[in-house]
Every structure is written in structure tokens, then in C-alpha cells.
Ligand binder design. Structure first.
Ligand code: AMP
Length: 403
């Protein structure tokens, strides 16, 4: 049962009463920021409708699949017993060597959907190598972590090629001839241009969150990178949406692919969505503060527009006694990792973020997503709210709208 959320709560607490700052001002939309698409407020309101696929009865079990015993044991140790719907529908075809295109929302288990058949091929053929491209540093690291856990004990070496991280370490990893490369398109292309990466014998290609990568302007980088891989490759392409741009790139780099779609609507169906109206900046901050004090609000990602506004909002919350951290592209990679770790470990329970910094963030128990500023587009909204309602839980998304 979902708890009723009381937006107008004026509940005070010791931390709430202390040290309130009136200094916070919502920054004006800056001219260099792209103009926001108008989204009717009704699009931010929806009841949670947990999906039938959460009770999905898979045709396969990991134990019955023709995959290495080691991988089966690792999956079991990770608590993966039954495949999720996307895994159930893609892994058997992928194990037969088929190219796979999966249209799946975040949180559906798409990482293991490509990682399991990819690792099977790598472990069966010592000459095989895989390149995985993902839109953000955080997602690349999460994929690396999941692949490491699924292949633990196999000695497969990997390299993570992401911006903002030590070039020296990446060069050392590349010299060891890794069989798995996980990279963001920009840094991967850097290595190709410097001659420190040769993809000609990479015969497995994975694109994760293709739509995001295209939104971020990586279309040429992706095409250039894929053209340099082996022509005998097997491809796995995953995207939350399938529009003409996505279809065009994935079809030009795949052969007779199997399409699997587990999308059921255009919003995360297990997220209860509502708006919070405000009429002044002070009232807006006050309402956010009161929301964050509610008992049901246990772990929250608060979205705001810019690096500056995110820093400023996090400081304003700190001044009101609410422990929070700001995460955005202006922070170094190690700062971002440290902040994400403390969020995952519940050392901080409020993360104030820009869209880019929070993309691909996989934290299972985020109770609320709060859009302190409205998103640039409806697609961004869907990605934002996908940070909650994961792992079959009901999540809540609240969007601040000026009255
Ligand atoms: P993903 O969509 O790959 O980011 O996965 C979302 C979350 O579900 C991650 O925390 C995974 O570890 C978890 N997960 C993926 N597949 C399974 C499965 N078959 N059983 C249990 N948990 C899973």
C-alpha cells in the first residue's frame, strides 16, 4: 500500500527549526541553457501501476541455460535466480549468436541481458573481445562492476575508458590486452586517435542506452568506433526508446537482429507521480525542506538545472540541517564516485543532481525523485523518475510547478 504524501506538511523538527537561511534564490534560467520544452503539468501526475511483468513467469532459469557453471554460480551468489523478462527473451537468442536489440527501461535487468551471453562467448572463445559503450562514466563503471561480479574467478581482464579519470591507469590497463573494454564514446575515441586502442579484433559490440548517447551528440563517435570493430561481430544494442535516429544507427550496425521490447508505457509504471505547486522561491525551498523531513522520504534524488543551482540548493539544505551532497559534471570523477558511494551506503540520503550526473545511477532503494526544476524534455523526465521505483519497489516522483 502506498503512503499518502502530505505536501503541505509544516512539521518542525530540531534540525528544521535551527539555522534556517532565507538566502536561497532560484537562479534565473541562464541564456546558455537550451530552452526547455513545455510539458503540461498533467504529464507529471500518475498513479503507480506495478507491471504484470514483475510477476512474469520466465521460460528459462539461469541454471538451465547453456552457460558456464562458473557464471551460473556467480549469478546465484548475486541473487539472480530467475531471469527478468528482458533477460528471458534475449539471452537464448544471443547464446545462438544472434544480434539483439532490446528496448527496455532502466532497471529491467538489461545489463545482465547482454553481459551473460557476452561473457559466455568470451569464455568459450579465447580470441573474442568485447567493447561496450555507455553514455556516462557512472554507467560505464556500473557495467564494469556487474560484469566483474558475473565473471568472478574467470580472470577476464577489462579496462574502463572514461573521461575525468587517470589516463595513466587506462594506458596501463590497455597494455595488458583486456578482453572487455567499457567506455564512454568520447574517451574511447581519444584512445583510438592516440593509437592506444586497436578494435580490429573486437567481435562483440554493446551499446547501452543508445538513445541517451544520441541525445548527448555522440552519433558520429559511435559510428566511427563501430566501423573499427571486427566485421564478424555480434551486437547487443539497448535503448529505452526507439525513434528513427536510434533505429537508423542500430540497423546499420547489426545483422538480422532479434528485437525484444519490454516497454509498457512511456513512464516508469511503478512510480507514483505528482506535482507540488509553489508561488515564491522561499515557499519552494520551504516545501522541499518539509518534504525531506517526512518519514516516508527515506532516500531522495533532487534534480536541478545547472551546476551552480545544484551547489546552491545543496548548500541551502545543509544550512537547514539536511545532510546532502551535490553531484554534477563540474566535480572530478573521484569526487563523484565518493559521493555516490556515500549515497549508496546511506551516509547521505539526499543527493542534489544535474541530469547528466544522475544518468544511469543505479541505487536500488531511492524512495523519491524530486524535480526541483522541471526537466528539459519529457524524455529527461522519464529518465529522472527512473532513478526510483527500481527492483520492483514503488517509487515516488514529485515535480515542483510554479502556481
Ligand atoms: P539493470 O537494468 O541492468 O540496471 O538492473 C537493475 C537492477 O536489477 C540491478 O540492481 C541488478 O543487479 C538487478 N537484477 C538484474 N537482473 C536480475 C535478476 N535476474 N534477478 C534479480 N535481480 C536482478
Amino acid at each position: 500500500m502506498s503512503k499518502k504524501i502530505v505536501y503541505s506538511s509544516r512539521r518542525n523538527s530540531a534540525r528544521g527549526r535551527n539555522n534556517r537561511s532565507n538566502g536561497y534564490r532560484q537562479p534565473q534560467q541562464r541564456s546558455r541553457q537550451p530552452k526547455k520544452a513545455y510539458i503540461h503539468p498533467s504529464k507529471f501526475i500518475a498513479k503507480a501501476k506495478p507491471q504484470a511483468h514483475l510477476e512474469y513467469n520466465p521460460k528459462h532459469n539461469f541454471a538451465d541455460l547453456p552457460i558456464k557453471e562458473l557464471v551460473k554460480q556467480n549469478l546465484e551468489a548475486m541473487g539472480f535466480i530467475k531471469p527478468s523478462i528482458i533477460q528471458d527473451q534475449t539471452i537464448p537468442a544471443a547464446l545462438q549468436g544472434k544480434d539483439v536489440i532490446g528496448i527496455a527501461d532502466t532497471g529491467t535487468g538489461k545489463t545482465a541481458a547482454f553481459a551473460v551471453p557476452m561473457l559466455e562467448r568470451l569464455l568459450s572463445n579465447k580470441m573474442s573481445k568485447a567493447i561496450i559503450l555507455a553514455p556516462t562514466r557512472e554507467l560505464a563503471q556500473q557495467i564494469e562492476h556487474e560484469c566483474y561480479k558475473i565473471s568472478k574467478g574467470s580472470n577476464l581482464k577489462s579496462a574502463v575508458l572514461i573521461g575525468g579519470a587517470s589516463m595513466g591507469l587506462q594506458l596501463r590497463q590497455l597494455k595488458q590486452n583486456p578482453r572487455i573494454i567499457i567506455g564512454t564514446p568520447g574517451r574511447t575515441k581519444d584512445h583510438l586517435e592516440r593509437g592506444t586502442l586497436d578494435l580490429s579484433d573486437f567481435d562483440i559490440t554493446v551499446l547501452d542506452e543508445v538513445d541517451r548517447m544520441l541525445d548527448m551528440g555522440f552519433v558520429h563517435d559511435i559510428s566511427q568506433i563501430l566501423k573499427l570493430t571486427s566485421p564478424n561481430r555480434q551486437s547487443f544494442y539497448f535503448s529505452a526508446t526507439l525513434d528513427e535516429r536510434v533505429r537508423s544507427i542500430i540497423e546499420s550496425f547489426s545483422k538480422d537482429p532479434v528485437y525484444v521490447s519490454v516497454k509498457s508505457g512511456d513512464t516508469s509504471s511503478n512510480v507514483e507521480q505528482d506535482i507540488v505547486s509553489y508561488s515564491s522561491d522561499m515557499e519552494k525551498l520551504e516545501k522541499l525542506h518539509n518534504l525531506l523531513l517526512l518519514e516516508s522520504v527515506t532516500k531522495t534524488v533532487v534534480f536541478d538545472d545547472t551546476k551552480r543551482s545544484v551547489d546552491r540548493l545543496s548548500r541551502a539544505l545543509e544550512e537547514r540541517g539536511i545532510a546532502s551532497s551535490a553531484i554534477h559534471g563540474g566535480k572530478t570523477q573521484s569526487q563523484r564516485q565518493r559521493i555516490l558511494r556515500s549515497f549508496k551506503n546511506n551516509e547521505i540520503t539526499v543527493l542534489v543532481a544535474t541530469d547528466v550526473a544522475a544518468r544511469g545511477l543505479d541505487v536500488a532503494d531511492v524512495s523519491h525523485v524530486i524535480n526541483y526544476s522541471t526537466p528539459q524534455s519529457y524524455e529527461d523526465y522519464v529518465h529522472r523518475i527512473g532513478r526510483t521505483g527500481r527492483a520492483n519497489k514503488i517509487g515516488y516522483a514529485l515535480t515542483f510547478i510554479e502556481a
